[in-house]
Design a protein around this ligand. Structure first.
Ligand SMILES: Nc1nc2c(ncn2[C@@H]2O[C@H](COP(=O)(O)OP(=O)(O)OP(=O)(O)O)[C@@H](O)[C@H]2O)c(=O)[nH]1
Ligand SMILES: [Mg+2]
Length: 312
């Protein structure tokens, strides 16, 4: 008896031309600030990797998240919201977007269904010359009437040859299965890039700093979140004790230092409490977190300082 007969028809081994090949590749998630790019990444991964806030320009660097499934590995790149840069930090942020697009096999361009004004021609101009498959995802459909979607899909499809247009709600996990299928269909065949138990290639200390920054975005108004950079100065495992983490929060002006710390240190204490709780969930172990505030004059507008802070 040969192998095929022993296995029966359903279990018969597939030959090379029949076997569905493994798909793997990079997918850049791009779009204007606040459209829900980071929410989408987290929802796809079923893990809170990228920080989220109701305010624009929350994400400042590329965040890499790996999704492993039956027959595929998708490496998502969450990016800062695309804007016309006005100062050096924003110029570096836009460089990160360009790099993510350059690395990508597939681009997901995200727009917001709740926008009062859509500009499909503007989107088409941005995508001009991009020789990669682009999927348009229309997000936040939980916030709009269903009958507004069809005309929206129509105008976008006339402006640019999108490979697919998928209405979604990243927040409510609606439409993401279809979006993922459209992505995987367009990924090249190939081996996985990372071991299948990896969720990212970035260091723990990057995410720890991001979590602290997220709490600042949630707790302070005006310019404070935008003037803030968080640096992990020490991250030490201690035998028999909690990990020790010392973070420095840089602001641009002495007045901002006072606001960040608050009366009797209460405001900063709140940042520390909320951040520590989430860092512990993220790392899966208890930590001791100490926060310090320092002034670094106008760091967002100074190339040498930006480089020193890791924005290269
Ligand atoms: N109602 C609704 N809100 C959403 C949805 N997706 C994201 N949001 C909200 O939109 C806001 C911005 O979400 P983010 O994921 O931080 O947006 P982003 O595109 O990463 O923003 P930047 O990093 O600043 O460019 C947050 O308040 C989210 O909760 C959605 O599908 N429905
Ligand atoms: Mg973001």
């Amino acid at each position: 008896m040969n192998e095929e007969e022993k296995l029966g028809p359903e279990e018969r081994k597939l030959n090379d031309t029949e076997r569905p090949r493994f798909k793997s590749g990079y997918v850049a998630i791009i779009g204007r600030p606040n459209v829900g790019k980071s929410t989408l990444l987290n929802q796809l991964l079923k893990f809170k990797l990228s920080i989220i806030s109701p305010r624009p320009q929350t994400t400042r660097k590329r965040v890499l998240g790996i999704l492993n499934g039956e027959g595929y590995q998708v490496i998502f790149l969450d990016t800062p919201g695309m804007i016309e840069p006005r100062y050096d930090l924003q110029r570096v942020m836009m460089k990160y977007v360009r790099q993510a697009v350059a690395d990508a096999d597939v681009v997901v361009y995200l727009v917001d269904a709740t926008w009062k004004v859509h500009n499909p021609e503007g989107v088409a101009r941005e995508l001009e010359g991009m020789d990669k498959p682009v999927i348009l995802a229309i997000n936040k459909i939980d916030q709009v009437r269903k009958d507004t979607l069809l005309p929206l899909i129509e105008t976008y499809s006339q402006a640019y040859p999108f490979q697919a247009i998928v209405p979604i709600s990243a927040l409510k996990d609606d439409g993401l299965d279809r979006l993922l299928k459209e992505i995987i269909d367009r990924l090249p065949e190939g081996h996985p890039y990372y071991p299948t138990d990896y969720i990212t290639d970035q260091e723990e200390r990057f995410f720890v700093a991001e979590i602290i920054r997220e709490k600042i975005f949630h707790l302070y108004g005006e310019e404070i979140p935008y003037s803030t950079h968080v640096e992990i100065e020490e991250f030490k495992e201690r035998p028999g004790k909690k990990d020790y983490i010392r973070a420095v929060i840089y602001v641009e002006k002495p007045s901002q230092k006072g606001i960040l710390i608050g009366k009797g240190g209460q405001a900063l204490k709140r940042v520390g409490e909320l951040a520590r709780e989430e860092i512990e969930v993220f790392l899966g172990r208890p930590v001791f977190l100490e926060l310090f505030v320092k002034v670094m004059e106008d760091w967002r507008k100074n190339q040498a300082r930006l480089r020193w802070l890791g924005y290269r």
